[in-house]
Design a protein around this ligand. Structure first.
Ligand code: FNR
Length: 181
């Protein structure tokens, strides 16, 4: 049966390359994974509200708790994690002792127009995921240098070597989620 994956896309941009990237991963996973997007368009974290969070945050918590795994597909902002991704992780981690991310198998990946392909964002992200107690798939690292027409809106990948590499990543991620089920 398909595993349910809580998908965080680290960009709200309409034409986001990371959204196209996520679509391609969904296609490669086929019927092995069922992606459920988790909105990162949340209010700013406020510890005064952590015990009775806004409705959107309550939804995030319910969705993550029900998921078999988490996948984060994110751009890099100023050599780090986009604030909205960190904000979502912070909301899900509180109140103390009620961290919904704990023990959820996770993988990170990301795309940018530069050669660095979100590497530094993911390095910072992995640091946070370790503290959140999330078993993190470490290899392969996926830093996608996104070029025009590499992936279309439907998730079709135009380059065969990229398709093969990402297919291998998805295979490993599926096995990782199954191992931690
Ligand atoms: C960027 N971008 C960027 N790219 C990169 O490789 N390293 C970086 O540190 C940054 N920093 C950065 C900061 C901010 C505030 C913005 C808006 C952009 C460029 C970024 O990779 C590019 O805008 C991507 O298109 C963002 O991903 P989406 O929105 O297309 O998924």
């Amino acid at each position: 049966m398909a595993k349910t994956i809580a998908l965080l896309i680290g960009s709200l941009r309409k034409d986001s390359m990371n959204r196209k990237f996520a679509k391609a991963l969904e296609k490669l996973a086929g019927d092995r994974l069922k992606f459920q997007e988790i909105s990162i368009d949340l209010p700013a974290f406020n510890q005064d509200q952590e015990s009775d969070p806004p409705a959107l945050v309550a939804t995030l918590r319910t969705q993550v708790l029900a998921a078999d795994g988490v996948l984060i597909v994110t751009p890099e902002y100023n050599r780090s994690i986009p604030g909205l991704v960190k904000n979502a992780l912070d909301w899900g981690s509180r109140p103390y002792g009620k961290n919904v991310w704990a023990n959820k198998p996770v993988a990170t990946c990301g795309a940018s127009g530069g050669a660095i392909g979100s590497a530094l964002a993911q390095a910072h992200l992995r640091n946070v995921l370790a503290y959140l107690d999330m078993p993190t798939l470490l290899q392969p690292e996926v830093y996608l240098h996104f070029t025009k027409d590499l992936i279309d809106d439907a998730g079709n990948i135009s380059k065969e070597d990229t398709q093969k590499f990402l297919g291998g990543f998805v295979d490993k991620y599926v096995a990782w989620v199954e191992k931690h089920a």
